[in-house]
Design a protein around this ligand. Structure first.
Ligand code: FDA
Length: 306
């Protein structure tokens, strides 16, 4: 039953008619629990609140379905405006983005040009840009682009590695030559067992393995999970190996495990919350519901209250 619900939600996340209908009705129906509004001002207000609680942020201007050069350039402009707004407001936040938003499916050159414009601005502000990892079809080219940009921009750019892919351990080993800042995640897309561990226990085991390896290499790790078992394991592991708190941070999504976020910040760990904003919030919202169908009950309740 839960699997059926998950597949339905993932199907709806890609459905354009549902997307258009959702946009028409704005951020009602509970999406505001996971999305920090449609405008940059509302997003900055959320980051300010988080900062006041000792939590830092990474802002993501939501965008999906980029079909033209114009849309890709516009999307990059939004990223630049987001960096400007962070700088102007003096809030503690960096930026996360997806390469398909910047035109990767149209041409690699277009995507690289957009990335260079964004990274030039980030470098000017001494800020940081994280390239999210998307589905398997984009994995290899995303790593290639990261390597090129890392050579040009150094520590201004970071990447994500997904523990559910068999290839990720080899990628992590190979990327060590760059001493990269990596966000490590379990992985969010539906992938074939030919490329990804089908069983959750194997994903969880590989996740721990990659985190430990990356930390022991001496590289910066952003450990992005809501899984308390993993978080407790990391806390023990860093103590055992004298890894300083400055070599890693925890990351969670806006609106998920909020108390745990606060607790980790209070304990003195760097806690960064991924804050998505923008009017293209529908696909992101549906994927969060699919991850945890129990959230659907929450959304239905908030709809009934309206
Ligand atoms: P898991 O799914 O095992 O959940 C562990 C526990 O966390 C659950 O039992 C529940 O208590 C809680 N939980 C998890 N999801 C929840 C939800 N939606 N609502 C309420 N509680 C929930 N993926 C990717 O492929 N590419 C990327 O670039 C990123 N980027 C990214 C950034 C950040 C900051 C985070 C936190 C996550 C990502 N992800 C991602 C998503 C990631 O791959 C993964 O799908 C989710 O984090 C869910 O996995 P967990 O590690 O939280 O564990």
């Amino acid at each position: 039953m839960e699997q059926l619900m998950r597949n339905t939600l993932l199907f709806l996340s890609k459905n354009r008619t549902a997307n258009r209908a959702a946009k028409k009705y704005g951020l009602r129906f509970g999406a505001s629990r996971f999305v920090a509004g449609e405008t940059i001002d509302s997003a900055i207000a959320v980051v300010r609140e988080l900062n006041a609680q000792g939590i830092v942020a990474t802002l993501d201007h939501l965008g999906e379905f980029v079909f033209s050069r114009e849309e890709a350039i516009e999307s990059a402009d939004y990223c630049i405006r987001t960096l400007d707004a962070i700088h102007r407001a003096g809030v503690r936040s960096n930026l996360s983005l997806k390469l398909t938003q910047l035109g990767l499916d149209i041409s690699k050159e277009l995507c690289m040009d957009n990335m260079r414009r964004i990274l030039d601005r980030a470098k000017q502000y001494d800020n940081f840009v994280r390239i999210d990892m998307e589905d398997y079809a984009h994995n290899e080219v995303t790593i290639e682009i990261f390597k090129e940009l890392r050579r040009e921009y150094g520590a201004t750019v970071g990447l994500v590695i997904q523990a559910y892919l068999y290839k990720s351990e080899a990628d992590l080993d190979d990327l060590d030559q760059f001493k990269p800042n990596l966000r490590l995640v379990k992985g969010a897309y539906k992938e074939s067992p030919e490329v990804a561990f089908p069983n959750k226990e194997d994903v969880d085991r590989n996740f721990i393995k990659l985190i430990e390896k990356h930390l022991l290499y001496g590289n910066y790790a952003a450990i992005a999970t809501h899984d308390e078992k993993v978080i407790e394991h990391v806390k023990r592991f860093v103590k055992q190996h004298n890894i300083p708190n400055s070599q890693f941070e925890f990351q969670m999504l806006y609106g998920i495990r909020v108390q745990l976020q606060q607790q980790l910040a209070n304990e003195g760990y760097t806690m960064r919350v991924y804050v998505p904003y923008g009017n293209d919030w529908y696909g992101y919202f549906m994927r969060r519901l699919a991850e945890r169908p129990a959230n659907v009950a929450f959304v239905l309740k908030s709809m009934l209250k309206k």
